[in-house]
Design a protein around this ligand. Structure first.
Ligand SMILES: [Zn+2]
Length: 319
């Protein structure tokens, strides 16, 4: 089924004097380790984990003759994913104007960006020619926004930095564009490491009215060398043996269907590009390589161009 190369929205440009270029193009924003006030974090609602695809299996009548059916597992939320299933006569699914892959068994996956609009349009075309349109309500999340009364410091990328950065960004874009036929997207995700969450997905500072980039992943603070495991089955699409300038030893996994994970600042990567890994398999160790003020795991996830909150897929951190 899904085994091809597609380009997903990403820019490899580094603009002089703009923090946004780093925030949008890179896996990390490079300044994400500034902890935000715990008092405001605790007031945030933790998202519930999305149900795994297996829970959907029973929902569509096992009758192979079922036609013109569209089922969704749950409601949609910003930063989350939604599993769906269509009957075998579905020939195409369009999501906000983009064609979405359908697995052989009719399952499919949708992802909702951190800043997704409050409605999205799903259109399924069946072999009869009938089109079913469904408007999805996307539940908003309360992101932790901190307003500071200081102008944002301008960062200027030196020519030397840009020269070093360009090939790193190329590898990140290529890794994200690669879609394996991994079935990890169907699974209930687990935490790659457990521990104190030192930075939540979506945290953002607004500097004298000017929004900075938001935190693109979840940070788990653990000692240098703490092992991490694959949160779901995947294929290794990037294993940075030489540390990247911001991400350090960066490891990326493709979970199939446009869903992927990135693990930053590792002290060690235990797998190689092209390897298939199983959920729960040891893949590397926590570190502080690249732009990090202390040892922690930054785990970010994307579905195509949409940035996701990993906690939407795992549920809350186990105590
Ligand atoms: Zn982070």
């Amino acid at each position: 089924m899904v085994s091809r190369l597609i380009m997903v929205g990403a820019s490899a440009l580094v603009l002089i004097g703009s923090g946004y270029a780093f925030d949008n193009a890179a896996v990390d924003d490079g300044k994400s380790e500034v902890p935000v006030k715990a008092a405001t974090e605790s007031s945030l609602d933790a998202p519930a984990a999305s149900p795994a695809a297996s829970e959907l299996q029973n929902d569509i009548a096992p009758d192979a003759a079922a036609t013109e059916q569209l089922l969704l597992a749950d409601t949609a939320s910003q930063g989350g994913v939604l599993l769906g299933k269509v009957s075998p006569d579905a020939v195409a699914i369009e999501f906000d104007g983009q064609n979405i892959d359908i697995a052989d068994d009719g399952n499919f996956l949708l992802g909702f960006n951190r800043d997704a609009a409050n409605q999205a349009l799903l259109r399924v075309t069946f072999s009869s020619g009938r089109v079913e349109s469904r408007t999805l309500i996307v539940n908003p999340r309360k992101w932790n926004i901190e307003r500071v009364n200081l102008p944002r410091r301008k960062r200027t990328a030196s020519a030397a930095f840009q020269k070093r950065r360009a090939p790193e960004l190329e590898r990140i874009v290529a890794a994200r564009a690669f879609q394996s036929d991994s079935q990890g997207w169907r699974q209930q995700f687990i935490w790659p490491a457990t521990g104190r969450i030192s930075g939540r997905f979506g945290n953002q500072r607004i500097y004298a009215g000017v929004p900075g980039g938001y935190h693109t992943g979840v940070d788990i603070a653990r000692a240098n060398g703490t092992p991490i495991v694959a949160p779901a089955d995947g294929v290794v699409t990037l294993a940075a043996r030489k540390p990247f300038s911001l991400e350090g030893h960066l490891l990326m996994l493709d979970h199939g269907m446009g869903l992927n994970s990135a693990f930053l600042h590792l002290s060690k990567i235990a797998v190689d590009e092209g390897d298939s890994v199983k959920k729960g398999q040891y893949i590397g160790n926590i570190g502080s390589t690249g732009s990090a003020t202390g040892p922690h795991l930054h785990w970010s996830m994307k579905w195509n161009a949409a940035r996701l909150d990993p906690m939407s897929l795992t549920g809350p951190m186990p105590q």
